[in-house]
Design a protein around this ligand. Structure first.
Ligand code: C2E
Ligand code: CA
Ligand code: CA
Length: 645
């Protein structure tokens, strides 16, 4: 609770106490007319009646002083219930002593005094008060017998005492019960109030960052649009998505991911002005709404600031991280006239910024929505393809140049699209990576190739190395190595008969981390290859560290062999270097005999390419392999099939 809230409730409590005291004081006030009436009824003499009135005034003045000065707060029970009831009892006893007969009339007031205890007392305290009353009355009787014996009918007084002694405990018990119920009610009420306010906060805020959530933001946006319409002003909506957050989460764990989100939220908050709304939409998405935009150029300044505040270096939980975001901007009224359209368009612009290479911002334009629609359709179709089992693996043989034997196959995925026909991975792997679907697709692929490889072993085909391509996000996924080990174990095949192809650029994104993962993969026994070698920028220093068996020379260097002198030089250098590092070299994309001749001359170990075979579906691969095993061994046989994509 904030200090100001605390003082507020303290003041409220003091007000309640004062109010309760005023009720008590009003009850005392009734004593004045009654005492006068009693005097006229010859029940009490003037001196006693006046003394009683004075007593009332003194008692009330003392308590009033205590409550208004705040002195009551120094006591454990700031309501001074005990003191008040004791004073009340003392007053009643004083009047009873003053009465000359019919004291039972006065004693009735004891019940009124007890009733005040209902605000505070537990049953035990009621009983104590009851005993005080009985003791008080007993004392009064004794004093009367000593000092005013002529007014006392001893039997009657003790009869009255006995009646009180029977009735008061019952009254105390009931009072205690009422008081307990009242306390319980107050407690439930307090719980309800806290629960209600918690629910309200939870329903409207994100628990991680404390920012407004999607529901609250949608409300705010609608109201802001209404305001902007009335005042003919502009709004800007910034849709912010952190770059590579999934990877951060997968590699460094969710608690760390949470810290990153909190840090991002802090940084964005530092930029907001009064009237701006910053919200977290879930995941790594934030939105910022800026009202009363004077100039369109402000949008660029704000987007720029959002990016630079995030890109400042930071150490989070003792990890150094480089954060960046892709931002989509949508403006009212230019790009949408309702909350839903504005959010959708800001999202589209954000995706555009992602596709443009991340770490950028894009302002929405109408052409974007067609592209987005197409991409969305593709994504939905891709998801469905996974559910409907529409992926296929084709296998491209790898040939040992010296012996002409097939050493293995590379598994290449295809999508059998109901309308588009066979779709090649170039058209969907990137999208699968962006949407995270690659993890599920990768799992499916691994399971599929494990099953097929095992089936071929059982058919009696010579054991071959099965090469599988990996995506960066797949490799970086926290469970990848574990999943792999499980899949390979289930395949019941030697892990050395699997090779994972990892591209050079994937490895170079984060060489230390990639090396660690590669070592873990090596530990489960699989082989590793660097794919598309020569297109990235790996330094020799790193290459030496990578625990890989194979380097795959990228197709782009093979394409113009043997005529392009640069490519010849590069190919020669790569082969020499790989051999010096005790790695196997394989050339990709060999389509012509002259290419193979040069590679043979340079000492390349293996090749892949249309010159020998394209990637084949299983039903074509098996006859191909059988054909090569019986007879053609030792010769490279060209088959005329052409790459379809
Ligand atoms: P990549 O790993 O470099 O695969 C080689 C690509 O070159 C394949 O294209 C293959 O069909 C093609 N190719 C093979 N021989 C020749 C040739 O002689 N001439 C020419 N012009 N092309 C040849 P594909 O199957 O379309 O695959 C493209 C890329 O998609 C692959 O490049 C790989 O990076 C990725 N990919 C394929 N399957 C998977 C997969 O299961 N998972 C992941 N993550 N990526 C995959
Ligand atoms: Ca490959
Ligand atoms: Ca390649």
């Amino acid at each position: 609770m904030t200090p100001s809230k605390q003082t507020r409730t303290l003041n409220e409590q003091q007000d309640v106490r004062l109010k309760q005291f005023k009720i008590a004081a009003a009850t005392y006030a009734l004593a004045f007319p009654l005492l006068f009436l009693a005097h006229f009824a010859a029940l009490i003499s003037w001196p006693y009646a006046l003394a009683s009135c004075a007593l009332v005034l003194i008692i009330n003045a003392v308590f009033f002083g205590l409550f208004t000065s705040g002195a009551n707060l120094k006591f454990e029970d700031a309501s001074l219930t005990h003191a008040q009831t004791s004073a009340g009892i003392f007053f009643v006893m004083f009047v009873a002593y003053g009465f000359d007969h019919d004291r039972s009339l006065v004693l009735i007031w004891c019940f009124v005094v007890l009733l005040f205890g209902v605000f505070r007392f537990k049953t035990r305290e009621f009983v104590v008060t009851t005993l005080v009353i009985l003791a008080g009355y007993a004392a009064v009787i004794n004093l009367l017998m000593t000092f005013k014996p002529q007014t006392v009918n001893v039997y009657l007084e003790w009869f009255q005492w006995a009646t009180l002694a029977m009735v008061l405990p019952a009254f105390a018990a009931i009072g205690g019960r009422i008081s307990a119920l009242r306390a319980k009610l107050a407690e439930n009420n307090a719980e309800l109030v806290t629960a209600l306010s918690t629910i309200q906060v939870l329903a409207n805020h994100d628990t991680l960052t404390g920012l407004p959530n999607r529901a609250m933001f949608n409300d705010n946006l609608q109201q802001a649009i209404a305001r902007a319409t009335r005042s003919s002003t502009q709004l800007a909506l910034f849709f912010i998505d952190l770059d590579h957050f999934k990877q951060v989460n997968d590699t460094l764990g969710h608690p760390f991911g949470d810290s990153v989100l909190r840090e991002a939220s802090r940084r964005f908050s530092s930029l907001t002005r009064d009237g701006d709304t910053l919200a977290r939409f879930g995941g790594d998405e934030f939105v910022l709404l800026v009202e009363n935009l004077r100039d369109t150029s402000d949008v660029h300044a704000i987007a720029h600031k959002l990016q630079s505040v995030l890109e400042q270096r930071a150490t989070i939980d003792s990890h150094e991280v480089n954060l960046s975001a892709s931002i989509g901007v949508c403006m009212y009224p230019a790009h949408g006239d309702n909350a839903q359209t504005m959010l959708a368009n800001a999202d589209i612009a954000m995706y555009q910024a992602k596709s443009a290479g991340r770490k950028q911002y894009c302002v929405f334009s109408s052409g974007m929505s067609d592209q987005a629609a197409e991409k969305y359709q593709m994504e939905t179709a891709l998801r469905r393809a996974l559910e409907e089992d529409r992926f296929r693996i084709h296998y491209q043989p790898k040939i040992d140049i010296a012996s002409g034997r097939v050493t293995g196959v590379e598994a290449l995925i295809r999508w059998e699209h109901p309308e588009l026909g066979l779709v090649y991975p170039d058209r969907f792997i990137r999208l699968a990576e962006d949407t995270g679907l690659i993890i599920a697709i990768g799992r499916w692929t691994l399971k599929e190739v494990c099953e097929r490889a095992r089936a071929w072993d059982e058919m009696g085909l010579p054991p071959m190395i099965m090469s599988v391509n990996l995506s960066a996000s797949q490799l970086m996924h926290a469970d990848f190595v574990k999943d792999c080990a499980a899949a390979l174990k289930a395949a019941g095949r030697k892990p050395e008969l699997f090779e994972f192809e990892i591209t050079e650029s994937m490895v170079m994104q984060n060489p230390e981390h990639a090396t660690k993962l590669m070592e873990e993969l090596r530990a489960i026994g699989v082989r590793l290859a660097i794919d598309d070698f020569g297109t990235g920028y790996s330094s020799l220093a790193y290459l030496k560290q990578f625990p890989v068996h194979t380097l795959k020379v990228d197709q782009s260097f093979v394409r113009d062999l043997p005529h392009n002198r640069d490519d010849v030089a590069i190919t020669r250098a790569v082969i020499a270097m790989a051999h010096s590092l005790k790695m196997n070299v394989i050339a990709e994309g060999v389509e012509r005999e002259e290419q193979l001749a040069l590679l043979t001359a340079e000492g390349c170990d293996e090749f892949q390419g249309f010159y020998c075979a394209r990637a084949l579906p299983e039903n074509e691969l098996i006859p191909f392999l059988k054909g090569r095993n019986s007879g053609h061994r030792g010769n490279v046989t060209s088959i005329s099939a052409k790459h379809g994509g």
